[in-house]
Ligand binder design. Sequence first.
Ligand code: GLU
Length: 306
Amino acid sequence: MSASASGYRGRFAPSPTGPLHFGSLVSALASWLDARAHDGAWLVRMEDIDGPRTVPGAAADILATLERFGFHADEPPVWQSRRIGLYRAALDALIASNHVYPCGCTRKEIADSQLHAHRRNSTLIYPGTCRDGLHGKTARAWRLRVPDDAPQCVDNPALIRFDDRWQGPQQQDLASDVGDFVLLRADGQWAYQLAVVVDDAAQGITHIVRGADLLDSTARQIWLQQCLNVPTPAYLHVPVVANADGEKLSKQTGAQALDASRPLEALLAAARHLGLDLRDAAPASLDAFQIDAIEAWKRRLAHLPA
Ligand code: GLU
């Protein structure tokens, strides 16, 4: 692990479900600027464990595009698909500490057991059917107990609170908003929530900078960190980029791949999205842009709530 002068370690963690688009460029730029503004290390982690969603060739394409845009990682990229042993070990530790339990419910059973009050943004909240045993069902997934009857690790177990460096103070009641959530899925896939927490801890990540679409996952990740006895990094969630219909820009909503032959144009647009007041609106090179953008990021941070 390379230590940065400041001890800051940040990362960009794309999922290779398609080429880099403008929304992911904004996250890459913000995480890179924050690391550089803190004299920190900046790492890239390829989140390629969701087999069905991973697109062949997308990871290599993303890595090449990052280089083309001037983002050079301080360590070789890490691939989640090669780190399954770490996720297994974390689940085993959670089994030993009784933080998780096997669940035999199908999606349909969970949906049938729900009143409308138990849905949040169309997400099903698990009613806890298998918490005290499988009731003769076959185990399909592993779920993490959220803090209302979990072995307690926090003072006020009902609420997870954190200060987001961009969005300000946040809190979430995991029991009423999320319910016991899946760490190992019925199809054998490791859940994003487990992999991201295990990897951020294993890589010594101190600062997470990413899109605000993941703000809603952060309380779950903090709870999981507490259950695994690993540190909680600082969080900063930048505003997401929306398309003309107001939907978050993603491969699913038809985001265009970036034009790698004109990186400066896209980088200037990404900096504008982050509200950076660049001194030079038409930099002659990537180096000139980067120097200007790091200073603008520092000025931007000075005006944030946290
Ligand atoms: N792989 C996730 C994504 O592309 C990001 C994970 C993270 O930054 O925590 O949406």
